[in-house]
Design a protein around this ligand. Structure first.
Ligand code: GDP
Ligand code: GDP
Length: 460
C-alpha cells in the first residue's frame, strides 16, 4: 500500500531537517537493518493522510572533498534505486552549485519519479535560487522551508498522485511489476541523448478489433521476442519485451481485456479503462484505428487521454490492405484528425497493415521520432532569444494599460517538454497568448505533435 521516498541532495541543503519533520517522533531508525547501508536512514513518515517510508542520505556531512564525489554518487544511486519516488533538494539560498548538477544528472538517469524541492525558501532571499532551480530540467520546484514547515502542502500535492499509482500497483500485485531500472552498468552514458536506462515503453491502444494483437504479433514475429507475454503492471494489460529494429521495447497490449469484457458485456467501458492504465505507464502511445471505422468516440477519448497524460502519441490507421481509394481516404483521415483531435495537431498519422506488415517500418520511425521530441531539450539562451522575438512580433497585451512583461523563460522539464515563463501579472495573460507561444515553440523547435506544457509564473 505504501511507497518509499528518498530525500537526496548535497550536504547541508536541509535533508535531515525534512526527514525529521516527516518522521516526527516516530523515528524507526534503520541503521542496523541488514541490506541497508549504514549511511541511509529510514523512517516511517506521515504527511496529512499519506503514510510512506522516507529514506535519508544524511551520512554525507562529514565527507572530505576528494572522497565526496564517489561516495556521494554511490550512496545516492543506492537510495534512488531503493525508492519509488525521489525528492531532490537544493538550497535556494545558495543557489545551484556544480554538485547539484551531479545529482540532477543521476536522477535524470535513474529515477522515473523526481520531485524537485528548493529548500530554505522562506522569505524573498530565496527567490533567485528558486528560479534557478528550473534550469535543472526536473520540473517545477516546490518552494519548501523544511525548518519552518512551509511548502508541505505542495509536497503533498505532488506526492498524492504518485501514492495513488503505487497503491494501485500494489493492489494489482502483478508477478512482475514495471520495469526495473536498477541497471548497474555504467555504459548508459554511451547512449545519445535522450538517455534511456530501460526499454522504451510503448502502449498499443484502440478499440476492440482494431488489430492490436495482430500488430504486436507482427512486430514480434519480425523481430526478437525477449520475454512475455506476461502479466504486466495490471492483471489486464499484458506486456512483453521485444527488440524492434534493435530497440528494446516493452509493449503493453490491452487486447487481453477483451474476453473478460465480453463476458461482462461492458465491452466499451472496460476496454477504455484498461487502455487508461496502459497509457499511464507508457512513454509512447500508439492509438490504433480501424481504417473502416476511424475516430470513433472511444478512439477520441483514449487519444485525448494520452495527450492529457502528456504522452508522446502516434496515430496508426490499420487494415490499410483492404483500402481501395487510398489517396482519397488518407485525405479524409487527415481532415478528421485535425478537426476531431486539434490538441494533437502535428502528431504523426501512419497507415499500416498489421496483417501483412506493411508500414511497420514507418511506424517504428514515427515512434522513435515522437519519443525523441518528447525528450527534447532547448537551452535557456535559445529560449530567451526566441521569446524576445515572439514578443516583438506580437507584444503581450496591456490589460488596464499595464503591459504584461515577460522576463525570462526556461525549460522546466522534458517527457513531455514543459516551459516556464516568468512574467508580471501571469493571471491576466489571455489563453490565446499562451497558445501563440506553444504553437511557436512547436514550429520553431521542431516539436510537432508532442504535448507541450507552458506555465506562466509571477515573480514574488
Ligand atoms: P542535510 O545535510 O542536507 O541533511 O541538512 P540539514 O538538515 O542538516 O540542514 C543543514 C542546515 O540548514 C541546518 O543548519 C538547518 O537548520 C538548516 N536548514 C534546514 N532547513 C532549512 C530551512 O528551511 N530554512 C533555513 N533557513 N535553514 C534550514
Ligand atoms: P484487437 O482486438 O485490437 O487485438 O484486434 P485483433 O488483432 O484481434 O484483430 C481483429 C480482427 O481484425 C482479426 O480478425 C484480424 O485478423 C483483423 N485484422 C487485424 N489487422 C488487420 C489488417 O491489417 N488487415 C486486415 N484485413 N485485417 C486485420
Amino acid at each position: 500500500m505504501s511507497f518509499s521516498l528518498a530525500i537526496v541532495g548535497r550536504p547541508n541543503v536541509g535533508k535531515s531537517t525534512l526527514f525529521n519533520r516527516l518522521v516526527g517522533k516516530r523515528l524507526a531508525l534503520v541503521d542496523d537493518q541488514p541490506g541497508v547501508t549504514r549511511d541511509l536512514r529510514e523512517g516511517a513518515a506521515r504527511l496529512a493522510d499519506l503514510r510512506f517510508t522516507v529514506i535519508d542520505t544524511a551520512g554525507l556531512e562529514d565527507v572530505t572533498d576528494d572522497s565526496l564525489q564517489g561516495r556521494m554518487r554511490r550512496l545516492t544511486e543506492r537510495a534512488v534505486d531503493m525508492a519509488d519516488v525521489c525528492l531532490f533538494m537544493i538550497d535556494a539560498r545558495t543557489g545551484l552549485t556544480p554538485t547539484d548538477l551531479v545529482f540532477a544528472d543521476i536522477l535524470r538517469k535513474r529515477s522515473a519519479n523526481v520531485i524537485l524541492a528548493a529548500n530554505k525558501a522562506e522569505g524573498s532571499a530565496a527567490d533567485a535560487g528558486v528560479i534557478e532551480a528550473y534550469n535543472l530540467g526536473l520540473g517545477e520546484p516546490i518552494r519548501l522551508s523544511a525548518e519552518h514547515g512551509e511548502g508541505l502542502n505542495d509536497l503533498y500535492t505532488q506526492l498524492m498522485p504518485l501514492a495513488d499509482a503505487f497503491a494501485e500497483k500494489a493492489r494489482d500485485d502483478a508477478p512482475e511489476v514495471d520495469v526495473d531500472v536498477s541497471d548497474e552498468d555504467e555504459d548508459e552514458d554511451a547512449m545519445p541523448v535522450p538517455t534511456r536506462a530501460k526499454p522504451l515503453q510503448v502502449a498499443v491502444v484502440g478499440r476492440p478489433n482494431a488489430g492490436k494483437s495482430t500488430l504486436i504479433n507482427q512486430i514480434v514475429k519480425e523481430d526478437r521476442l525477449l520475454t512475455g507475454p506476461e502479466a504486466g503492471i495490471t492483471r489486464d494489460a499484458i506486456s512483453l519485451m521485444t527488440e524492434w529494429d534493435n530497440v528494446p521495447m516493452r509493449i503493453f497490449d490491452t487486447a487481453g481485456m477483451r474476453k473478460k469484457a465480453k463476458v461482462q458485456e461492458k465491452l466499451e467501458k472496460l476496454s477504455v479503462s484498461d487502455g487508461l492504465r496502459a497509457v499511464k505507464f507508457a512513454e509512447v502511445v500508439v492509438v490504433l484505428l480501424d481504417a473502416e471505422i476511424p475516430f470513433e468516440q472511444q478512439d477520441l477519448r483514449i487519444a485525448d487521454l494520452a495527450e492529457r497524460e502528456g504522452r508522446a502519441v502516434v496515430i496508426a490507421v490499420n487494415k490499410w490492405d483492404v483500402e481501395e481509394n487510398r489517396q482519397e481516404k488518407l485525405k479524409e483521415l487527415k481532415e478528421s484528425f485535425e478537426r476531431l483531435l486539434p490538441q494533437l495537431r502535428g502528431a504523426p498519422l501512419i497507415t499500416v497493415s498489421a496483417k501483412t506488415g506493411r508500414g511497420l517500418d514507418r511506424l517504428h520511425q514515427a515512434i522513435m521520432r515522437a519519443y525523441e521530441m518528447w525528450n527534447r531539450r532547448v537551452t535557456t539562451a535559445q529560449l530567451n532569444r526566441w521569446l524576445s522575438g515572439m514578443m516583438e512580433a506580437h507584444p503581450p497585451p496591456a490589460p488596464q494599460g499595464k503591459r504584461i512583461k515577460m522576463k525570462y523563460m526556461t525549460q522546466a522539464k522534458t517527457r513531455p517538454p514543459g516551459f516556464v515563463v516568468m512574467c508580471s501579472h501571469p493571471d491576466k495573460l489571455p489563453e490565446s497568448y499562451s497558445r501563440y507561444l506553444v504553437n511557436g515553440l512547436r514550429v520553431d523547435f521542431d516539436m510537432p505533435g508532442t504535448p507541450i506544457r507552458l506555465w506562466m509564473r509571477g515573480q514574488s
